[in-house]
Design a protein. Structure first.
Length: 477
């Protein structure tokens, strides 16, 4: 799928959703039992106070800005700059540049880039995955391609800047952290003293380093797909991916999965059902098209969406980490400074998780990931406490803007959910004040306007994407 076809599918799907809003308004109402506290418990977090004030975020992508901090401490900003050819040096095997994107997932941006430049995905190096419903910047490396070729391409949803040649490549984890500028739209006015007290406490004492809801997908359930893989139940994992539903997903997508489930023995009819939303369900479509040509090759189907299969497994690992941290917090037990993640070849790293592994029947997980060379066991320890570096905050009539930096591997929502009951998603609560703000200007970090001149067509609000006002609360995407 080329980047232009991908964008066309997205535009067509928007039109479909707009029509559905008119024809089936009840599909845009999420069950009132869905709430942030319930979702957090579902992903292993069950220690946050229940009386936090309501806050909605990501009404606009530019309400959530993420700028990478390189290993050398340099801030990789979203601000456009005049195109400047890189210095001509003898070794031109790697071209480094900054990728700025709006409204798309990092893996989708890299796919568009590789297809436009006609290079393989493995030729593109990146340090980390950035949020989709956001405006983000990050360094990338491009192997065996020249600036002159790259500079002539315009790609939907992103632009490149700051080109230079150099040695090596950028690898996953090759960053110091990220600077976030986030607009939380609150139901009630924010009290300045309350905000100052909570920001000071968080900066001085830190917060528990949970994996936030974005780690678990728009259905808040991909860790369940990962658990099935680590049980060796590959067919179950694929079935959950295709037709598993829960109330976190917008109702009009739930309807598609429920209909697809009734057609489970008719692959062609299932495919047609998912093709009603060809952008959202592009990976489901890819799997079904693969199975059409390769019946019963479940491992091959999971491999054809390898990036997502790997993320499912990582999500299960994150879920277990959350469970350990939550359990310690509830019982008042001291936590070690770092906790090893499960996906390690060292058996001693598995010890904190043995009870949960037995309960989930995932003790033999190393055996069951062997068929997937893109899931590699590795030792990694994660901090159990994070301390944000808070730069600025600004209260507005609509809510509050906060600018802060976190080390790599830490989630912005992990910090913010300690004092806001955060919600997001296509169903926008009626109390949300929808005026657009230049949040960079509010905290003296420049302005979003230069980015909007380039990517404005892709910086669509939830209301543009089919959101509607309702008193119920949607799950975070």
């Amino acid at each position: 799928m080329s980047e232009n076809i991908s964008h066309e599918l997205w535009e067509n799907e928007r039109a479909t959703i707009d029509q559905l809003r008119r024809d089936k308004p009840e599909w845009f109402e999420i069950d009132s039992k869905l709430n942030p506290q319930r979702i957090l418990k579902h992903i292993g977090i069950d220690t946050l106070p229940a009386d936090r004030p309501l806050g909605y975020y990501r009404l606009y992508p530019q309400d959530f800005i993420v700028e990478e901090v390189a290993i050398n401490g340099n801030l990789i900003t979203i601000t456009p700059e005049p195109p400047t050819p890189p210095q001509n040096i003898p070794d031109q095997r790697t071209l480094f540049c900054t990728l700025v994107k709006a409204g798309i997932f990092t893996l989708e941006a890299l796919k568009r880039l590789s297809e436009s430049l006609k290079i393989e995905l493995k030729q593109i190096g990146y340090a980390g995955i950035k949020d989709a419903v956001a405006v983000t910047s990050q360094q990338i490396s491009l192997r065996r391609i020249k600036y002159e070729v790259v500079a002539e391409h315009k790609i939907p949803g992103l632009f490149l800047k700051n080109y230079h040649y150099g040695k090596g490549v950028i690898t996953v984890g090759g960053l110091a952290g990220n600077r976030f500028i986030i607009f939380i739209r609150t139901k009630e006015p924010v009290d300045p003293e309350w905000l100052t007290r909570h920001l000071t406490e968080c900066q001085e004492n830190g917060v528990l380093n949970y994996y936030g809801v974005q780690r678990f997908g728009s259905r808040s359930s991909v860790h369940q797909f990962g658990r099935a893989i680590l049980q060796g139940n590959y067919t179950d994992a694929l079935n959950l991916f295709l037709v598993g539903t829960n109330e976190s997903e917008p109702p009009y997508f739930q309807v598609v999965r429920q209909k697809a489930q009734t057609l489970f023995d008719d692959g062609q009819s299932m495919l047609k059902e998912f093709q009603r939303f060809p952008y959202t369900f592009r990976n489901e479509i890819k799997v079904l098209e693969y199975l059409k040509e390769n019946p019963n090759d479940i491992l091959g189907a999971l491999t054809c969406i390898s990036e997502h299969t790997r993320l499912w497994v990582y999500a299960y690992v994150s879920y277990l980490f959350n469970k350990i941290v939550s359990e310690a917090a509830k019982k008042g037990k001291p936590l070690p400074e770092t906790l090893p993640l499960l996906l390690s070849p060292d058996p001693t790293d598995h010890e904190p998780y043995l009870t949960y592994l037995k309960e989930d029947e995932t003790e033999s997980f190393l055996r069951y990931i062997k068929p997937f060379p893109f899931i590699r066991p590795a030792k990694r320890a994660v901090s159990t406490i994070i301390k944000p570096d808070i730069h600025a905050s600004q209260i507005t009539p609509e809510g509050v803007v906060i600018s802060f930096t976190l080390p790599k591997g830490a989630y912005a929502t992990t910090f913010l959910m300690n004092f806001f009951e955060l919600t997001s998603g296509l169903i926008v609560p009626s109390w949300v004040k929808t005026i657009e703000r230049d949040i960079l200007k509010l905290v003296n970090h420049g302005s979003i306007e230069p980015v909007k001149k380039i990517l404005g067509n892709y910086m669509l609000s939830r209301l543009d994407l089919g959101g509607s006002a309702t008193e119920t609360i949607a799950a975070e995407e």
